[in-house]
Write a protein that binds this ligand. Structure first.
Ligand code: PLP
Length: 329
């Protein structure tokens, strides 16, 4: 076999930085600030927002993450996101370093340096570099990373007309993986790609018993024929911070006659398909009505009153609740 000569160069540190800069010039991104415990500081040049390739989060998916929103210069519901982050760390057998309060301070300070007043903060805990084995190297130091970025966006149409979802052909994650927000998002990625390719906005996982699970990076909830807000149980799907908060805020909709009850329970597909309203809930999407599921229209095919009321309640909570942290810009 003849091998053609490729003229690959051996690069020095300056070449590497220059090439990462060129990559970011070809592919501009809105990443405003990045903290890395491995660097011991913050960088604002996206070309420098990098990790060692042998960090187990990179090559084995042994890491966890979470995302909180920045609204009007304040961080929303960070404590709930940190609770889930620490639970995910424990379930993933990740050593937690730094402490919760240090992580909180790093998150707040990275946000301040980013200058971002509307966007998202995603943070990760990795098992660290040092080997290409399966178990982390004995010397591996866990990594903590914080990225402040523009946030995920969805078409305006999702709000005005409602979103359309399909039942994914990919199997739902086993409960222990679904309740852990680890960096293993392959099923979630494939589900969304599949849905988009088929002309839908997103997918929905159904479990082996025929109960509704969740969507790619969002929960789903329903308003049944009897006016019950029904949400799938959180023992085999991710406990969405948005869902948990909305289940509390929705109590007020009972007094307004929009809901008769609020139930967290198994939601059989047949009941869900016959619902008056179906919606997507999550930190990035907030509340979006689903008006079509596979070839079936949901409700009257228009965004429903409960979804609209929940969105108003959430927006209000994000503007003025005790769940906001001021960022010291
Ligand atoms: C799989 C999955 N389900 C649900 C959610 C919704 O969670 P949250 O409301 O905390 O954004 C997310 C997003 O984090 C997710 O990734």
């Amino acid at each position: 076999m003849t091998v053609s000569h490729m003229n690959l160069q051996v690069l020095g540190a300056d070449d590497v930085v220059a090439r990462f800069r060129a990559l970011r010039a070809r592919q501009p991104v809105k990443y405003f600030a990045f903290y890395s415990s491995q660097l011991g500081g913050i960088v604002t040049d996206p070309a420098l927002m990098v990790l060692p390739f042998d960090d187990h989060m990179v090559h084995r998916g042994h890491g966890i993450f979470d995302t909180a929103g920045v609204v009007g210069g304040k961080i929303y519901d960070l404590e709930a996101h940190l609770d889930r982050f620490l639970l995910s760390a424990e379930r993933s057998r990740l050593r937690i370093s730094p402490s919760r309060s240090e992580m909180r301070d790093i998150i707040i300070n990275t946000t301040a340096i980013s200058g971002t007043r509307h966007g998202s903060i995603r943070y990760w805990l990795s098992s660290g570099p040092g080997s290409l084995e399966l178990t982390p190297a004995a010397s591996a130091e866990p990594g903590f990373f914080v990225m402040v970025f523009g946030g995920l966006t969805y078409p305006e149409r999702w709000l005005t007309e409602g979103a359309r979802v399909m039942t994914t052909t990919y199997p739902i994650k086993a409960p222990i993986y679904a309740i852990t927000k680890a960096t293993n998002y392959l099923p979630n990625v494939l589900m969304q790609m599949e849905a988009k390719q088929a002309g839908f906005d997103n997918g929905v996982f159904i479990d082996a018993e025929g109960h509704v699970g969740e969507s790619s990076n969002m929960n789903v909830a329903f308003v049944t024929r009897d006016g019950v807000l029904a949400h799938p149980k959180f023992d085999s799907i991710l406990a969405g911070c948005t869902s948990l908060r909305l289940l509390e805020l929705a109590e007020g909709l009972k007094d307004q006659g929009l809901l008769t009850a609020i139930e967290v329970r198994d939601v059989p597909v047949a009941e869900a398909r016959a619902s008056r309203e179906m919606m997507l809930l999550g930190s990035s999407v907030k509340v979006a009505s689903i008006v079509q599921w596979d070839d079936q229209r949901i409700g009257d095919g228009k965004p429903g009153p409960v979804a609209q009321a929940l969105l108003r309640l959430l927006d209000e909570d994000m503007r003025s609740s005790d769940r906001l942290i001021d960022v010291p810009y």
